[in-house]
Design a protein around this ligand. Structure first.
Ligand SMILES: *Cc1c(COP(=O)(O)O)cnc(C)c1O
Length: 391
């Protein structure tokens, strides 16, 4: 297999190099407060059949990956939900079971290997919480030094996780967008590989592995995939995986992908309908998808449009309700951004044929943000001093 970069905007082709992050030509057109211009995609050329090994479809050789069991996450068959909804081919991809408990490990894993291959041992990034704790954990396995910029409001568990893994953590006096700006400036001045989502092409490429796995687990592509969206990097990655399989002749059609956003942070949704991205302050209980300017917005929007994808939004109440619904019906406890996809499915189910193969992406573990999860349950108020109190 041969790999190079192709610009998602101008189609110019480049050799893969560690210091090339976005297309230098399109980057000249970058406007402040707009999604990244000139996002580079990895292009693969070669042949493979349906018995492919995921590593053979990645642009870094297996020997450079850290010893961390990323991916190969379980595909649940939620019997109760199948019965209740009538969707007999409903699946949930449990990416909260990755080593640091979120989907982000797929990107961190490939970035870590890419840095290792190029002799780079420090990695810098901005994060709402999960990308940071992920890179910290995967970096710990690889022996790399990780520097993270996070919003001060990031859920404590995600910050604690990153610190446990030994990362250098800076809380910024502002939101994720400010953290992003600081991390860019820091890596320009202090060096190291930047792992910012979408900016480092290996983030999208790493995230494609979920589609390859889903194909392997089902022995075919699903009909529909539901995924929550903030920066749009997971969305771009899911498309990239299925597109690679199509290019290789392994599947014949790309699934219909539903991108699900929070009503309070819906930049991609707005751009899908208006054609342009506007930077307005956003807020949602689902911190992992709380993004004012989606960094991979332009790339993700193009993929949605080109492939007939759909985009919907759900309220915070629906997200919290979906979280406890998923927990109590399946035993899978996801963080709010993880249950957002389930909330989206509940909203859109009427549009879908009952026998369709549907995959819900559960992107992160519920224990990462217990404060939000508390909103969907009732904590017992009083302690009991005897069983007599309750019988
Ligand atoms: C990052 C993240 C998302 C959204 O991914 P984007 O690439 O930002 O769209 C969804 N769920 C969880 C748990 C995440 O950590």
């Amino acid at each position: 297999m041969k790999f190079d970069y192709i610009c998602s905007e101008c189609s110019k082709v480049y050799d893969i190099q560690p210091d090339l992050m976005v297309c230098p030509v399109c980057a000249e057109t970058q406007i402040e407060d707009q999604p990244l211009a000139g996002v580079l995609e990895v292009r693969l050329t070669g042949e493979a059949d349906s018995s492919f090994d995921v590593f053979d479809l990645l642009p870094v050789e297996k020997e450079f990956f850290p010893p961390s069991p990323v991916g190969n996450t379980p595909l649940w068959e939620p019997e109760n939900l199948r019965k209740r909804t009538g969707f007999s081919n409903l699946y949930i991809k449990d990416d909260g079971s990755n080593p640091t408990n979120s989907f982000k490990d797929r990107a961190s894993y490939l970035v870590s290997a890419f840095a290792k291959k190029n002799g780079i041992d420090n990695i810098v990034l901005a994060s709402t919480g999960n990308a940071g704790s992920s890179m910290a954990g995967i970096g710990a396995a690889a022996g790399q030094e990780i520097t993270i910029f996070l919003p001060e409001t990031a859920p404590p568990a995600k910050i604690i996780q990153a610190l446990q893994y030994g990362a250098k953590v800076y809380k910024v006096a502002g939101n994720y967008d400010l953290a992003y700006d600081f991390s860019m400036e820091y890596s320009k001045r202090a060096g190291g590989m930047n792992r910012n989502t979408a900016y480092n092409p290996m983030t999208i490429e790493g995230k494609k592995t979920v589609s390859l796995e889903v194909f392997q687990q089902l022995s075919k592509a699903p009909d529909y995939v539901f995924v929550s969206t903030g920066d749009g990097c997971i969305l771009g990655g899911i498309y990239k995986g299925f597109e690679d399989l199509k290019r290789l002749g392994i599947i014949s059609k790309i699934p219909v992908i539903y991108s699900v956003q929070a009503e309070g942070s819906d930049a991609l949704y707005r751009a899908f309908h208006s054609g342009k991205f506007t930077n307005i302050p956003t807020a949602t209980v689902a911190d992992s998808i709380c993004v004012d300017v989606p960094r991979n917005g332009a790339h993700a929007l193009k993929k949605l449009k080109d492939n007939g994808g759909r985009i919907i939004k759900v309220s915070d109440e629906q997200i919290i309700e979906a979280q406890s619904d998923l927990s109590s019906s399946t035993g899978l406890f996801t963080e709010p951004a993880g249950s957002t996809a389930w909330a989206g499915f509940k909203k859109a189910a009427d549009e879908i044929e009952k026998d369709a193969v549907v995959v819900i992406m559960a992107t992160g573990n519920g224990l990462k943000d217990t404060a939000s999860a508390l909103k969907g349950i009732h904590m017992p108020e009083k302690s009991i001093s005897s069983v007599d109190n309750i019988l």
